[in-house]
Write a protein that binds this ligand. Structure first.
Ligand code: SF4
Length: 96
């Protein structure tokens, strides 16, 4: 018998250590978000990006998997600054 496990259930096993006040990704100041920043709202697998009430894109790095998708898409254009979290913080992957 094959048992299927939903990806959401697997991801739920991960843990995240928040580095309060020191998010490792910063969105550059903007009046109107670029197409790439807007795309991150749907592309980020952890749902870290959102549009705020002023029509600007914000990032909340809690839960970030450090997959690098936003870094590849948005850092070269200067839309954001991306660093790894400090040691001891960030995602803790659980395998198995
Ligand atoms: S690195 Fe990946 S998980 Fe983290 S904010 Fe960027 S797209 Fe989302």
């Amino acid at each position: 018998m094959t048992m299927t496990v939903r990806v959401e259930e697997k991801l739920y096993q991960n843990r995240y250590v928040v580095d309060a006040g020191r998010g490792h990704i910063k969105v550059a100041a903007h009046d109107k978000p670029s197409a790439n920043l807007l795309a991150m709202i749907n592309l980020c697998p952890a749902g870290c990006y959102a549009l705020n009430e002023n029509g600007k894109v914000e990032v909340a790095t809690d839960g970030c998997f450090e997959c690098g998708t936003c870094r590849v898409l948005c850092e070269p254009s200067g839309d954001l600054e991306w660093n790894y979290p400090r040691g001891g913080y960030g995602v803790l992957f659980k395998f198995g």
